[in-house]
Write a protein that binds this ligand. Structure first.
Ligand code: DX5
Ligand code: ZN
Length: 215
């Protein structure tokens, strides 16, 4: 199967969100990546349930919702109701990660865990077989348009190894600073989902950029 492209709505034009959602609908993109920030876990606030619901109303592809929030257990049902298909929580934000993952799945969503740049892949060993997605942060979460952290490659290689030993089928998603210079090496190293915000939305032709990242 070819890799998945998930444009990040964080870089869309919020005054023209329906237009940007339609652009992604008609493009070769596979998912919508939706970043939720609480101003506590990360030093930025993005948007909440009404915006996710508005996107869901127009989106014809799955919503991959990335929660950069403390204590996400409080809001799992609300994100399900808002239209999330895949719900990703941060390893660093969950005291009882196993319980949180089970709760996401019990609500009928696919469950993901994101790890910050300082968190080693090996910390996921005992949860890996339960996960549908592992999101490797290749920037410090909180903002779009940041520079890609090169250590990501060795982390993806570690995860690929761990996947084969644990027989995990989890997607390996890369989030932050993905562009035409690094996407091919990321796929070759073992990633199979690429999030792209700035690279897509600042391109003169976003539909063509999505198509280029898909090649
Ligand atoms: C960063 C977010 C990313 C962000 C990626 O905290 O999780 O999803 O939108 O944006 P780019 O591709 O611009 O680095
Ligand atoms: Zn994200």
């Amino acid at each position: 199967m070819s890799h998945i492209i998930a444009p990040s709505i964080l870089s869309a034009d919020f005054a023209n969100i329906q237009r940007d959602v339609e652009m992604i609908n008609k493009s070769e993109a596979d998912w919508f990546h939706i970043d939720i920030m609480d101003g506590m876990f990360v030093p930025n606030i993005s948007f909440g349930f009404p915006v996710v619901k508005a996107i869901k109303k127009h989106a014809t592809k799955p919503l991959d919702v990335h929660l950069m929030i403390n204590d996400p257990d409080r809001y799992l049902q609300a994100f399900k109701d808002a239209g999330a298909d895949i719900l990703t929580v941060h390893f660093e934000a969950c005291t009882h990660l196993h319980r949180t993952i089970q709760a996401i799945k019990a609500l009928g969503m696919k469950a993901g865990v994101a790890i910050n740049p300082h968190t080693p892949a090996i910390f996921l060993t005992d949860i890996m077989s339960e996960l549908d997605l592992i999101c490797v942060m290749s920037v410090n979460p909180g903002f779009g348009g940041q520079k890609f952290i090169d250590n990501t490659f060795s982390k993806v290689a570690d995860l690929r190894e761990m996947k084969s030993t644990t027989k995990s089928k989890a997607y390996i998603e890369i989030d932050g600073g993905v562009d035409l210079n690094n996407y091919r090496k990321l796929i070759d190293t073992g990633a199979n989902v690429l999030v792209a915000g700035n690279t897509v939305f600042s391109a003169p032709d976003p539909v063509k950029m999505i198509s280029d990242l898909k090649k």
